[in-house]
Design a protein around this ligand. Structure first.
Ligand SMILES: Nc1ncnc2c1ncn2[C@@H]1O[C@H](COP(=O)(O)OP(=O)(O)OP(=O)(O)O)[C@@H](O)[C@H]1O
Length: 311
């Protein structure tokens, strides 16, 4: 568990964090979302002590982090950035295991761990382990960035806008990967984004930030249905999406999976109605009908559609 207690960060010209109080629970995907300059990066960089607070306390598993050895703290915390900056002269395997070398793992153990991690993100170790970063696509390089952060089995992984430079399709695939890995590894992921669709898609819990303070913390459902103030309501205002688009438009691009469930939404329903129904469903799944075929739609389908249409 990570706790921020009244954390402030002052720069000469600006107040980056203004008395931030926040608890990030173990085992889940915690999203920090907000517009540019709201203090998201400052918050995550404080967790691994790349930035020190001006005042206030941050605790990791109950212990103030300023009393912990920085190296030990960072070994428990993986870090993924937008520009992952793999070392160009090192192979993929060497890039993945660089921290393990510092930890004095044997070469055989490092190789084994790199192979395990490559397989985890569907990159064939025989094909990729000995390649160099410039022989991989941007999306593949970002997968390496993610598994490099997981190599030493950290309890917490910080991800700061990791996918914002990627095209929408690759971005969706990597979001799925992050969701899948978190469920498999039961770690704590702190994910920064300025994109509300990404936040809704990923967050078990979402903290909405503005001007260095938290506006609201809660599940996507709670924030969507009961925004605490006008800022949050506008930030998550899916109803501003063009109302002319309907569930039928979404089915026409082959989103959703075929099932034999009774339809629970009309194909003439708007995307805003679909979003609201999805959020209201305990399993976030509803069925729609497309001719003879019943299809199951999830929030992932909706956000994929919105991203593809550039809405
Ligand atoms: N080193 C610095 N010196 C002075 N001001 C800074 C410094 N770092 C950040 N700030 C200011 O602190 C505020 C919060 O910055 P931060 O990078 O945490 O925001 P952010 O929400 O991550 O923004 P973005 O989405 O654009 O990355 C901004 O007003 C920024 O200009």
């Amino acid at each position: 568990m990570i706790e921020f207690e009244g954390v402030t960060k002052e720069y000469a010209q600006s107040l980056a964090l203004d008395g931030l109080t926040l608890t990030i629970p173990d085992n889940g995907l915690f999203v920090l979302v907000g517009p540019s300059g709201s203090g998201k990066t400052t918050t995550v960089k404080m967790i691994n002590r790349l930035i020190e607070p001006t005042s206030g306390t941050i605790k990791f598993d109950g212990q103030p982090i300023d009393q912990m050895d920085v190296q030990t703290l960072r070994l428990n915390i993986g870090y993924v950035l937008q520009n992952i900056a793999l070392f160009p002269h090192l192979t993929i395997e060497e890039n993945i295991t660089i921290q393990l070398e510092v930890l004095k793992w044997s070469k055989a153990d490092r190789q084994q761990r790199a192979r395990e991690l490559l397989a985890l993100v569907n990159l064939n170790p025989d094909t990729y382990a000995n390649r160099y970063p410039n022989e991989l696509s941007g999306g593949q390089q970002q997968r390496i960035g993610i598994i490099r952060a997981l190599a030493a089995k950290p309890k917490v992984v910080l991800m700061d806008e990791p996918f914002s430079a990627l095209d929408p399709v690759t971005r969706t695939q990597l979001q799925d990967l992050v969701l899948h890995l978190q469920k498999q590894l039961h770690n704590t992921v702190v994910f920064v984004t300025h994109d509300m669709k990404e936040a809704l898609r990923l967050g078990d819990e979402i903290a909405v930030m503005r001007q260095g303070s938290i506006q609201q913390i809660g599940t996507a459902e709670a924030i969507f249905n009961q925004p605490k103030n006008e800022f949050v309501r506008e930030f998550f205002d899916i109803e501003r999406q063009p109302t002319s688009l309907t569930v039928q438009d979404l089915l026409l691009v082959d989103l959703g999976t075929s099932v034999s469930r009774q339809p629970t939404i009309a194909k003439t329903a708007t995307l805003a109605e679909l979003a609201q129904q999805l959020i209201a469903q305990p399993d976030n799944v509803i069925a729609a009908t497309d001719g003879q075929m019943q299809r199951q739609l999830t929030m992932v389908d909706l956000t994929t559609f919105i991203a593809k249409r550039g809405l």
